[in-house]
Design a protein around this ligand. Sequence first.
Ligand code: 0L1
Ligand code: MG
Length: 249
Amino acid sequence: MNDVAELATRLDRAQQAGQAIEQLTATTELDVETGYQIQEQVVAQRIRRGERLVGLKMGLTSQAKMAQMGVREVIWGRLTNAMRILDGGTVEVGQYVHPRVEPEVAFLLSGEPGPFGSAVRAVAPALELIDSRYANFRFTLPDVVADNTSAAGFVIGPWCPVPDGLDNLGVLLEVDGRVVETGSTAAILGDPRRAFAQGVHLAARAGVQLEPRWVFLAGAATAAVPLVPGSHVRAVVEGLGAASLKAAP
Ligand code: 0L1
Ligand code: MG
């Protein structure tokens, strides 16, 4: 087994078991390009078990997250149908390592190439559930790319027509009815449409073709918060509505 396949298996097992592992870079020298090769293999293992690719996600789209990682580039990951959580649905916290939730904006893709207007059919408020497979949520850039950019779950609220302005919609993250984070879609690379353009470019470079009805998670509008058993989490995006999930007690 070559290194990429072996490292992907380590991450895949950690995800399936909900058990943290040490960073891959603790024992293996990795660059970002190899991180993406590992990510592809991690997701390929899920697909071999019957999952389907249903979209893409962007990560590190805010200045705050980029500064935290000491990088200036966004990263992207793959979404499968098994990661989809119904709006208002319930998840078991114990199936994850140390899940966190963050409010996002999602796009519904037409599958047509070209500019935003023809490539995107609708927009929705969304929640992303991120879960690093690494101990203490600590990683280098190649580590987190290999770990499919911490993708673990996502909730899509009601699809809406794309409004004219998407670049400064107010965003709230609520836990049990209390606002715990406030932000704006401006935190997503200044405009979620910019995140979309970058995602399309990066995916094309990797030979990934966007399919009709795929979901595109543009990035977080606030910091992520830990998902606590028994809690009810809601992301509210001005003018679009809300997406929510419950954590089982
Ligand atoms: O969706 C995200 O922005 C997560 C990217 C990976 C970094 C993290 O897990 O916070
Ligand atoms: Mg995210």
